[in-house]
Design a protein around this ligand. Sequence first.
Ligand code: DPP
Ligand code: ZN
Length: 845
Amino acid sequence: PQRIHLADYRPPSHLVEDVHLTFQLDPKATRVTSRIRFKPNPDSEETGFRLHGEGLTLISAKIDGTRVDPEMVEDGLVVAAPNDAFTWEAVVEINPEDNKALEGLYLSNGMYCTQCEAQGFRRITYYPDRPDVMAPFTVRIESDLPVLLSNGNLKERGEGFTEWHDPWPKPAYLFALVAGELVDVHDTFITKSGREVQLAVWVRKGDEHKCGWALNSLKKSMKWDEDIYGREYDLDIFNIVAVDDFNMGAMENKGLNIFNASAVLCSPETSTDADFERIEAIVAHEYFHNWTGNRITCRDWFQLCLKEGLTVFRDQQFTADMRSAPVKRIEDAILLRARQFREDAGPLAHPVRPESFVEINNFYTVTVYEKGAELIGMLKRIVGDETYYKALDLYFERHDGDAATIEDWIKVFEDAADRDLSQFMLWYSQAGTPKITVTETFEEGTHTLVLEQSVPDTPGQADKKPMHIPLLFALFDPDTGQQFGEDVLLELTEPRIEIRTRGHDRKPVVSLNRDFSAPVIIDDTSRTDDRLFLLANETDSFNRWEAARSLTRDALTALATGGLGPGEEYLDALNGLLVDDSLDPAYRALILRQPSEEEIAQAIFDYGRHPEPLSVNRAADTLRARMAAHFEPDLPRLFRGMQVHGAYSPEAADAGRRAFANGLLTLLSRLDGGTAARAQFDQADNMTNRLAALGSLLQIDEGAEALARFESDWKHDRLVMNKWYAIQISLAPPEAAVGTARALTEREDFDWTNPNRFRAVMGGLVSNPAGFHDATGAGYEFLADWLIRLDEKNPQTAARTSTAFETWKRYDPKRQDLIKAQLDRILGTEGLSRDLTEMMTRIRG
Ligand code: DPP
Ligand code: ZN
């Protein structure tokens, strides 16, 4: 397959003035008629006229009304075209029913829908399918189905058809069409300039009661974007549609967002607090794309982080405002470290703006999204809040209607802040997580802090330059527990700096990278007593949590490698935080939450040893047991005190209490044999408490009865059953995990072409590392079998799931051999997709 390079970017040969599409919908033979007005692009040196197309049956083609006979090439067609403007007309036929890749136009449970990002539009008709070609679209849909939707405003509706017009020029990846037997739940929003917008969430009949939260989240997002960024919505309609079969979480198509049902439908009985929070954030994310993505789009797919990093940053700000900012910061850091640091440390490491790819779908990654968002946060911290919003205003003013680049983005910051940010640009081009080594010396009242930065080599990149790293830091007085002076924002630009302070009686305590100001690894050589000090005295809530986290990580790492377990002092300190009622319960829940087994495995590997997944699993179990024993005097009272009474509310306050209570329940279950968990399972009126109780029971191997009850209560609800599938695999005893997963795939309702169901099983297994890494290799073989099978139908989801193998070099030689054999087997499969071939090749290294 062909590799595409950023350096080869050339402006398109032609621009599009407008697009008319007519769809005659039919499950097996949908006709798409296009009428497109092209004109030569004055900024292009390309000659020749070429359109993308994939899997299309061309019925007829005309240029200016005269039939032409295009030459078919690998990814489309080439045809002789006039030197000035002309009209292209084509009729093609496509087969939505056979489309299980879920890209382009497909059928999901009898409903037509589309997914065009990144390159799905070329599976609908011939077109210059690249984001820098933007045009207004008019779309006519012909079908007997009752609901026929497309982008923009509804122009006309008649017997068996609708016609839509989207006046905002857009790239083809934002095109959308939906048709089916849908019902809507609707509302209105009045924009700040007084325009009324019709809002609707479209679902299958029977799901109406699960739409309210998404609709409400949409209204909050619209208001927030007006208040914080001054951005107003720009059409008369905003539609959201829930689809059962969807590769991603959701898609920001102009005026017609299409959502994975799991990212929109929710109710207290069927959804957890985490689902509510996630749905609120995804609705916001897709809505915010209207400005950062749609009005200003990407020039090419290498610039994906331009819209995704910024939009993730905006949805993180939104969640912080709707809920708790400190809790959100910690959650984001946990995710970043668990998934992005891991990506950055392995064979799939790539820059936030990649320089080449084979399949762009493989670059919708945590690096582009989450690390991309961290870069925005660092920019904001470097230039300050006021200048940040000035830069954003300038961005919208200067680039509205553009297909822009990262250079354009950085330029608005340079102009608004009047400073040179060329070193900061390295964050976009250098892959790998920077590491900062800390050394402290204390002599005759002088404290010296030495910080040295380095960026590790990553595939295809070595010998990196020093980065521009904003580090928020403070010094504490060890005697009073007070901070010396104000926070300082250090801007590290050199490979090494020294910070010297004088006149101390005793060595001060350093708190570095407060608020997780930079996505870096601090090589943490600080002593246990410094961390215990920060646990007690740090006023930055992130670093206070960080102190607890790193102590827990050390305890687990020690336990897993045959060392001593957690010290009394540490357990006492944790206990002190748990009973401290001045602390937000959500925050205490985070203090209590253990690092994942994955994180511990990585920590052991970083110390230069191969992690043994079973030992890590046992260490986690031992630590829980020790904690339960140590906290026993306070546990029952704390647990009771955190119960929420009254009607269920998904808002942060109640959700935080439930999160903490359910963390406590896990410990309590080790003391009472599951009595409290069983009672909670029976009495819960919401999914959060029900699922948490089930989890607690499964962890002590007492879950069988509850699992059966859960199934009989919810077998009619696909989304709830995905939870049932996942939890019993992820919490199975390691030796039973693969068997459980396999047995579930043999069930009647294991519809593996549904990405959510497929992920429930494969994701469940992978999140049970001691099960997945079973020493016989059974887990590897099972996953490989399913990747090969799914790849034939849905390469995108197969490729995404294959990242489970990205950590393979972390494990012992025997496991490495077993995994390598599976990688080779997959690679040797005939007809393997471009997606999975690229992933396997990169992972194998
Ligand atoms: N729908 C995906 C997202 O919003 C891709 N744009 O991130
Ligand atoms: Zn996005």
